[in-house]
Design a binder for this molecule. Structure first.
Ligand SMILES: Nc1ncnc2c1ncn2[C@@H]1O[C@H](COP(=O)(O)OP(=O)(O)OP(=O)(O)O)[C@@H](O)[C@H]1O
Length: 480
């Protein structure tokens, strides 16, 4: 078989698999293209997606495009194939679905797979001739992440030295503030980075906080007080939760941005100001504009450049690197997540995004139990979600006639003999479907005697008949 270069013109329009985790991830490529006409995943070095893990079969699974959809098929290998944590025989797969082959976990992407090819999950950048030319390098500073996160960081890096105001959108905990801080670092601005949470200040106090006040501006104002705008002079002002800013303050902020001047409460003289505004929100500002809750003209001013940070569940390629970076941030330079813990982290949706992950690592660091990050370090919610991991898909369960909740954390055979080699001499391990070649061998050896084959495999006859139907094998063909 011809070994293809990892990224060639025959590849379908950028579909492929991005590695999310394998214990020996250094031996994998960060990303593998798949072909519309079909790509086989397996341990075999000539497989289209050759995965160097002994827990994978030589020809383990296949991905192809059929009738306009991508389809994942288990090829009957030893340890089965999982899609989104469920054993499958054949399922349609969509963008971001997780595919597990042996102890390697990937996400399927319908586009741009080649863009992931340079970035290893531990943050290393690969330089290889066969990879498409990458963008020039730059330092990510305090931000860590894979291809998607890097692209977003790059888009900020490129405009950092300009005057443009920036709007950062994203769910809570996706890193809006850390991106804003890094933008400030890149900007070279002399003043400080200051952050204000517009949702945390009562509406009546927002203006006072921002603009400051003059003595006597209101009862209790017994001296002048500089606001945050003045304090952020020549620096960056990060307005978090901008969608929650009261209407009156919005109008005043707009004036400041337009005129680069502001007047403290109770003041008569305006003050010149040089502040770069970076605003952030997890709310839908387009909708807020439609309902009149957010000014369109202010939006226009804040949105001179914008980035949207995807939720962590859409960029799980960042997971391992985030674990090591967050562990280091909390004083632990070495972390060894177990395969089971990584499986659980990758299976979880992280509704609170990186902040939720950071809380786990902070607790782990505080417990100081050694370098391993294991199941005991996960939250109850994550552990609960793993109770259904490895459940068999309903179709497969009825086909196999087995307990559909057989496994919680599949424990895979790590160093098999040749695939299926255990079968001809003895029973199959549980949850295993023999490969077609193994079944053929056995049928030939026992001259089509299904009962004898069933005895060897340690399964019942009905089950062997099902496998024969799947591979389209007729007992008669092996008789005589
Ligand atoms: N890509 C990243 N690299 C390193 N640390 C990150 C990254 N993304 C988020 N973090 C860390 O995760 C935590 C939450 O991030 P951050 O506070 O920036 O999120 P946020 O989107 O501003 O949240 P909120 O909307 O709730 O204010 C912080 O400790 C931050 O440093």
């Amino acid at each position: 078989m011809q070994i293809r270069a990892p990224f060639s013109r025959q590849d379908s329009a950028g579909a492929g698999l991005v590695l999310l985790y394998a214990d020996n991830y250094e031996q994998f490529r960060p990303a593998y293209p798949v072909l519309e006409q079909g790509s086989v995943l397996g341990r075999d070095p000539t497989a289209d997606v050759s995965v160097p893990t002994r827990s994978a079969s030589r020809h383990h699974a296949r991905i192809e495009r059929r009738g306009g959809v991508w389809v994942l098929t288990d090829l009957g290998g030893r340890n089965g194939t999982l899609c989104n944590g469920e054993f499958v025989t054949e399922v349609p797969i969509a963008h971001l679905d997780q595919v597990r082959v042996g102890d390697a976990i990937f996400k399927f992407v319908e586009r741009d797979v080649e863009s992931y090819a340079r970035y290893r999950i531990d943050g290393a950048t690969l330089e290889a001739q066969e990879l498409p030319e990458g963008p020039p390098r730059f330092s990510m500073g305090r931000i860590v992440g894979g291809y998607q996160t890097r692209s977003l960081a790059r888009s900020l890096y490129e405009i950092a030295r300009s005057e443009l105001s920036v709007l950062i959108r994203g769910e809570s905990g996706t890193g809006k503030e850390i991106f804003a801080q890094q933008l400030h670092d890149w900007s070279g601005r002399r003043g400080p980075f200051l952050a204000v949470n517009c949702a945390a200040i009562p509406a009546a106090l927002v203006e006072g906080e921002l603009f400051g006040h003059r003595r006597g501006a209101f009862s209790g104002a017994d001296r002048d007080r500089a606001g945050i705008l003045r304090a952020a002079h020549e620096g960056t002002l990060f307005l978090d939760e901008i969608g929650d800013m009261p209407a009156e303050a919005q109008a005043k902020l707009l004036r400041v941005i337009q005129s680069k001047e502001f007047t403290p409460l109770g003041g008569t003289q305006s003050e010149r100001i040089d502040v770069r505004i970076v605003a952030a929100t997890h709310r839908d500002l387009d909708k807020l504009q439609q309902t009149g809750a957010f000014r369109a003209d202010l939006f226009g001013r804040l949105n001179e450049h914008s980035v949207t940070l995807p939720p962590l569940r859409e960029r799980k390629e960042d997971m391992f690197l985030l674990c090591t970076a967050l562990a280091a941030r909390h004083g632990r330079s070495e972390i060894r997540p177990s395969m089971v813990a990584m499986t659980a982290l990758l299976h979880h949706d992280f509704p609170y995004n990186v902040r939720e992950l950071e809380a786990l690592l902070k607790r782990w660091a505080a417990a100081d139990r050694g370098a391993e990050f294991g199941v005991q370090d996960l939250s109850d919610i994550i552990r609960d979600r793993m109770k259904t991991y490895g459940a068999r898909g309903a179709a497969l369960a009825s086909q196999l006639g087995e307990d559909s909740r057989a496994t919680v954390y599949p424990q895979y055979d790590e160093e098999p003999a040749e695939d299926g080699a255990s079968a001809p001499g003895g029973p199959l391990p549980p949850r295993t479907t023999p490969e077609e070649s193994v079944l053929r061998d056995l049928l030939a050896r026992h001259q089509g005697n299904v009962a004898a084959v069933a005895r060897v495999l340690g399964r019942d006859r009905v089950q062997v008949h099902r496998w024969m139907r799947r591979y389209n094998l007729k007992a008669d063909a092996f008789r005589g």
